[in-house]
Design a protein around this ligand. Sequence first.
Ligand SMILES: O=C(O)CCC(=O)C(=O)O
Ligand SMILES: [Fe+2]
Length: 297
Amino acid sequence: MPVPLTQQQIDQYYNDGYFIVRGALSGEDFAPLEAAYSEVIDERIRDFKARGLIEDLYEYEPFATRFARIHDQIKVDDKDLRRELSWGLDIMHAKLPAVFEFFFTPNLLAPVESIIGPEIMLSPIQHIRPYVPVTGDSQPMQVPWHQDQGVTKEEADVSEILTVWIPMVDVDENSGCLEVIPGQTNLLEHQAEGGTMIKPHLMPDAKPVDCVMSRGDLLFMSAYTPHRGHTNRSDYVRWSMDLRFQKTGTPTGRPVHPEFILQSKADPDSVQDSYVEWCERWEAGLEAGKGVRHHRV
Ligand SMILES: O=C(O)CCC(=O)C(=O)O
Ligand SMILES: [Fe+2]
């Protein structure tokens, strides 16, 4: 049964700028996603084996670890090959039907509605991030301290945007969970250098909180909550998805990329549930967005 947030949980979200919704998603909600990504990865692994780039397919390795065991077979300093292995897995590149269907998961939309209201639009700022285990300090694609409002254009400053961070595996400080700084309600100045990040001298001195989570939990974060991902030093891949929701019609701050109406109680026919249209609008948006700076800095 989809469960909305209680008033106490909503209050906690607004007080702290984040809230972990425990046990919201079920194994059934994840199964099609996992199956779809397993298939994409399997194809890629077979291609790498056929090209003699890896020895072992690790066919019977579970979803959480298989991709890591494949990476283990490629030298850490062969960055191009490692990049090729992970290339194109993000939501808008892979365009998997299972991901599109996941957006409409009732167990996800019920607590989102508690914050955003019944007219729910999905922001185009959305990712799937497989953090592969590392031994050193450099986690490819790792994001530094930032607020999500900082990665939008200024037009989004009138919008209330809710980030939902969804671990597809259990996460803790050793396996790449997020750390957040509670209680921040305004935008801190960001810089582009080092990846869009809060200017170091403006970082709040409040103590960061590690968001230790199980698969099935959802991290709700306001767009002003400073956060970053920990390095993954475990032996499995930190698979996570992050989505952003806002009231339909409010600016996303990413104007060239497509937003989608996921739910409407006022006008149910307005829901954009066509997979084909989703693919077409992403293809057009990615083309139009080439060479465009998407962040405000
Ligand atoms: O997954 C991460 O490590 C960072 C995620 C993030 O910045 C976000 O979801 O907004
Ligand atoms: Fe973020």
